[in-house]
Design a protein around this ligand. Structure first.
Ligand code: HEM
Length: 402
């Protein structure tokens, strides 16, 4: 029996990473506003997480925390310039300018691109017969899409996932020196590539390919202000990170769920129209981003009754909130027709995922077509888990399709 008082988010081990849900259920039941040894709190109830995300007094600016964690280095510049780790008014301006990449018109173009990319990748899947779903499918999809969006030429695309993992890995609660170096190298290298691409597009605004959004980001204006070169570079790196690892994990986790739940696999094969609710259920049960963070800018009372003093660092367990029995009946059960499904895999509030519509579209097309085209889809060996607490996914998921 887990002693929840002893749990410390800053000292979690491989067992938690493999299967965090029993620990999260015990915390949610017995200690839903858990205090870690460093004074931060870990929230596991849906209503407490929701209130945290909706409160204007809960801050995302991490200049101080990242200063202490990283010191002066490229990782600090990157994370403190990205919109996700900023509050209004900077956040409002950058979010408005980056929204230009996700207008309904842009999404229509993206839908055609995604269908084409998915079908091409699935032709290759068919030829391979036996493959690693992550390397041969899940990883390639977001790389292709984000490369279109940022105008990244084909030669660089292979490197993108490495950059993304290295930069995001450095955000985990416990980080080695090697992880820190890899993160800094990734920001420097990818930043230099993007800076060149931005300069090129600035000088050749009419040369953009279909689906590219760089030009809108460079020349877009909000209240007479444009993004600076540094803001452009760091927020483009952020777009890669935001859309890359999450989408790869989304596809991998979803396929993992279908392989582990043959009844639901059969159900989707019999009724492909369930793909919309199925995608939402995959996002709920195995949320790709499992932990969020905020800083209390004022004393705040949570719905569960706890008082959070100003200055407290808060970790929101998206994973626990999405299995809260107060909100979801039989929460550990994977039900592809679940409705309503108020999960917070994309959170809510002013930082709600800007790419949520794109991600849902990618999920529906990728998963829907993979499952419909290969009814014999089956596991083909042991899976390897991504060893991070914040991001849940696989590094390898062997499958066969014939
Ligand atoms: C299944 C895939 C995805 C998941 C689960 C996901 C999840 C999230 C979450 C939880 C946040 C809020 C973080 C916070 O403030 O604490 C977020 C923010 C964001 N996401 Fe996503 N995301 C996904 C895909 C994407 C894609 C494909 C893109 C774009 C290419 C994207 C772009 C963004 C951006 C720009 C933000 C920052 C919004 C802001 O701070 O105002 N995401 N995402």
């Amino acid at each position: 029996m887990l002693d929840v008082a002893q749990f410390d988010l800053n000292a979690i081990g491989p067992d938690f990473i493999e299967d965090p849900y029993p620990t999260l259920a015990a915390l949610r039941r017995n200690d839903p506003v858990h205090r870690n040894s460093d004074g931060s709190v870990y929230l596991t109830r849906h209503d407490d997480c929701l209130a945290t995300y909706r409160s204007r007094d809960m801050l995302s600016d991490k200049t101080e925390a990242f200063g202490a964690k990283f010191g002066e280095c490229p990782l600090k510049v990157h994370h403190t310039t990205s919109l996700i780790f900023n509050d209004p008014p900077y956040h409002t301006v950058v979010r408005k300018l980056i929204s230009a990449a996700f207008t309904p018109r842009k999404l229509v173009v993206m839908e055609r691109l995604i269908e084409g990319i998915v079908d091409q990748l699935l032709d290759r899947v068919e030829d391979l017969g036996e493959l690693d779903l992550i390397a041969d499918f899940g990883m390639m999809l977001p790389t292709e899409i984000i490369s279109f969006m940022l105008g990244v030429p084909e030669d660089y695309r292979e490197k993108l996932r490495g950059y993304s993992i290295a930069i995001l890995g450095a955000l985990d609660p416990v980080v080695s020196e090697a992880q820190m170096k890899a993160g800094n190298d990734a920001v420097t290298e990818f930043g230099a590539i993007l800076s060149d691409l931005i300069d090129h597009r600035r000088n050749n605004p009419d040369g953009a390919g279909e689906g590219e959004v760089l030009e809108a980001l460079i020349f877009g204006e909000h209240d007479g202000r444009r993004l600076t070169q540094e803001e452009l570079v760091q927020n483009c790196i952020f777009l890669l990170n935001a859309g890359h690892e999450t989408t790869t994990s989304f596809v991998g986790n979803s396929v993992g769920l279908f392989l582990d739940n043959p009844g639901e696999h059969r159900r989707l094969l019999d009724d492909p129209d369930l793909i919309g609710t199925a995608v939402e259920e995959c996002l709920r049960v195995e949320s790709p981003l499992q932990i969020g963070n905020r800083l209390a800018g004022e004393d705040i009372a949570l719905p569960s009754g706890a008082m959070i003093p100003k200055g407290t660092y808060i970790h929101t367990s998206i994973a626990a909130a999405n299995r809260d029995p107060e909100v979801f009946a039989d929460p550990d059960h994977f039900d592809i027709a679940r409705k309503p499904n108020p999960h917070i895999a994309f959170i809510t509030g002013i930082h709600v995922c800007l790419g949520a519509s794109l991600a849902r579209m990618e999920g529906k097309i990728a998963l829907g077509r993979l499952i419909a085209r290969f009814p014999k889809l089956a596991a083909n060996g042991p899976r390897e888990r991504l060893g991070l607490a914040r991001f849940r996914g696989f590094t390898s998921l062997p499958i066969r399709v014939k």
